[in-house]
Design a protein around this ligand. Structure first.
Ligand SMILES: [Cu+2]
Length: 66
């Protein structure tokens, strides 16, 4: 299932790549799409707990489902 989340603190492509890499590390094979201006991160397949942990550990703010 695809789900979108709000992530705060991403300011550039490097941040987006960090978040993408962290989520892919937590959910192997996941498809991750990031919209930098809005901080919206779409993950397929989604896993709330894994995404929250990965985003937090990468140093960004997890804002829950978008
Ligand atoms: Cu950055």
């Amino acid at each position: 299932m695809t789900k979108s989340y709000k992530v705060s603190g991403m300011t550039c492509g490097g941040c987006a790549r960090s978040v993408e890499g962290a989520i892919k590390g937590a959910i192997p094979g996941a498809s991750v799409t990031i919209d930098l201006p809005t901080g919206q991160v779409t993950v397929e397949p989604a896993d709330d707990a894994k995404v929250e942990k990965a985003v937090s550990e990468a140093g960004f703010g997890f804002g829950g489902a978008a």
